[in-house]
Design a protein. Sequence first.
Length: 142
Amino acid sequence: MTPMEMADPAWRTIAQPLVVKVLVALGGVGLIALELWWFLGRHGEAASAAAESGMQTVRITVQGGYSPARVRLRAGQPVRLVFHRLDPSACVAKVVVPDLQRSLDLPLDAEVSLDLPPLAPGRYPFHCGMAMVRGELEVVNN
C-alpha cells in the first residue's frame, strides 16, 4: 500500500475496461471536431447583396450569430452592411472587419450601417469583438 492509501482507504484507483477508455476518447475527439466545425466551418450558402442606387446593401441580423453569415458581393461597387442586433450578449455588441481595419458598435435592437469602399475580389472575414461569432464577405467579379 502507498502512504496515501494507508492515510485514506476511501480513495482507490478503479481500472476501467479498455472499451470504456476507447469510447471516452472517441467521444472527446468527436466533440472537438463538432466544436471546430461549429466555430470555423461554413454554414449554408452565401446570400447575395441587393443593389440600391449603385450601392450594394446587405441586411445582417445578429442573434446567436450572423444571418446571413456569408455574403456574396460584386467587386468594384461600394457596400453598405446594415446590422440589426437582437442578441443581448455583450460578445456581439461589436463587429470587426480586420482586413479592412473597420469596426462598429452594435446597439441592442437597432439598425446601424457600416459603409465600405469598392472591394477587390477575395474573402473578407468579419467577427464579433471576441472573435467567437464569425462571418465572411465573399467578393467576386461580375
